[in-house]
Design a protein around this ligand. Structure first.
Ligand SMILES: C[S@@+](CC[C@H](N)C(=O)[O-])C[C@H]1O[C@@H](n2cnc3c(N)ncnc32)[C@H](O)[C@@H]1O
Length: 308
């Protein structure tokens, strides 16, 4: 039997077009995964071109093509983007890509604990070297911390009741595995259980991997790393991430409000990125049919503003 596909890249053509690839340029793929986007970038690079790829999951390494010295694999969090580029003597790049979230491989590997469909420990670490797991979150966070994360990261409707119930139940019942967790909390489920637990798991996963913190740290390193007219392309899968990217591209910071304003309320700091398209790019109907994961994908592309 053939091995299951590691991951089907979303918005592939749109990313490649958006990055505006120069054959001898230097590119970074922050989320290598199955390498779907990276391999298309490599095809467009000549012998001078370079591609630095990040993935904090050791499993992704096996997808790096052999005998291609144009590609450098970094098994670390992309929040250390500039540090590892510098380590490889790269201070300026032509393009940066991030295709956020987990890969199908991670999702479909039962013992990684990401999917509500399988049995496994409550783990959910993309980087298995890190300490914090979903088990730790569920069993050690305070009621208030749990409430906040289910509300903010999962938009779980009864997040307060859920947090309260977890804190009560964990005194007497083991919340070690996915089935333990789902059974113990069956009484608090609101609406469709599949959808409910999908939201709960999304919240836990975002917390375990500090996904929003890592995204913000990475974005802040994009302007200094990009050459003038260099491009950044970010694919997000939920509104929390998309809002962060949208605000950063527009304003250069993460606040909803303008921060540096003159007495007339006009922003005084010029953002160093300019969005290439006003609205995010979404998958075509045909792609969504082929790959249901593409349904929630939003691609935003920005260009580094020339220094004045
Ligand atoms: C959606 S998949 C990327 C798929 C890839 N574009 C492809 O075509 O196969 C996201 C990958 O990025 C990795 N990842 C997510 N967040 C990361 C982070 N903060 N640092 C490093 N890798 C990360 C995950 O481990 C996963 O393999």
């Amino acid at each position: 039997m053939s091995e299951p596909v590691y991951h089907v890249p979303v918005l592939l053509q749109e990313v490649i077009d958006g990055l505006n690839i120069h054959p001898s340029g230097v590119y970074v793929d922050c989320t290598f995964g199955g390498g779907g986007h990276s391999l298309e970038i490599l095809k467009r690079l000549d012998a001078e071109g370079r591609l630095v790829v990040f993935d904090q999951d050791a499993d992704a390494r096996k997808n790096v093509p052999d005998n291609d010295d144009r590609i450098i694999f970094v098994q670390h969090n992309f929040r250390h983007l500039q540090r590892f580029c510098r380590l490889h003597k790269i201070t300026q790049v032509d393009g940066i890509l991030a295709d956020l979230g987990v890969s199908s491989h991670q999702f479909d590997t039962a013992d990684r604990g990401f999917s509500t469909r399988f049995e496994g420990d409550l783990d959910m670490r993309m980087d298995q070297r890190q300490q914090l797991t979903a088990f730790e979150v569920v069993n050690t966070y305070t009621e208030q911390q749990l409430h906040k994360l289910f509300e903010q990261y999962g938009e779980v409707t009864n997040s307060k009741t859920l947090a309260k119930t977890i804190v009560q139940i964990r005194k007497t019942t083991s919340l070690k595995t996915i089935s333990n967790f789902k059974q113990a909390l069956s009484s608090v489920v609101k609406g469709n259980p599949h959808k409910y637990f999908a939201q709960v798991f999304q919240a836990l996963r975002i917390e375990v991997n500090d996904e929003l913190g890592a995204l913000k740290e990475m974005l802040q390193q994009v302007p200094p790393l990009l050459k003038p007219a260099g491009r950044v392309a970010i694919i997000t899968f939920h509104s929390l991430e998309d809002r962060i990217v949208k605000n950063f591209f527009r304003k250069g910071h993460f606040e909803e409000e303008d921060v540096d304003t003159d007495p007339f309320g006009k922003q005084t700091t010029r953002p160093s990125l300019k969005a290439v398209t006003k609205k995010p790019i979404e998958a075509t109907e045909a792609e969504m049919k082929r790959n249901p994961r593409a349904r929630s994908a939003r691609l935003r592309i920005a260009e580094k503003v020339e220094e004045q």
